[in-house]
Design a protein around this ligand. Structure first.
Ligand SMILES: [Zn+2]
Length: 73
């Protein structure tokens, strides 16, 4: 009766991927590189600098993407 009982899969729609798809190819490359550059970019710094340039992405979204807790994983 419970053969198909499974924990719910938590996937978050990925804002990072959505934004990357909306940017120009050049901007998208820069954006994705910064997101993946854990050494140079803290989540907080990235969120702040992106917002200053008109790109709204929450720290949570960046953090989830980096931890592969989003729908990209
Ligand atoms: Zn993602």
């Amino acid at each position: 009766m419970l053969e198909d009982l499974k924990p719910p899969v938590k996937t978050f729609p990925c804002r990072v991927r959505t934004i990357a798809s909306e940017l120009s190819e050049e901007d998208s490359d820069i954006f994705v590189n910064a997101i993946n550059d854990h050494a140079s970019w803290s989540v907080k710094a990235l969120e702040t600098e992106l917002r200053a340039r008109g790109v709204r992405v929450s720290e949570k979204a960046i953090s989830n993407h980096r931890k592969q807790r989003c729908s990209c994983a």
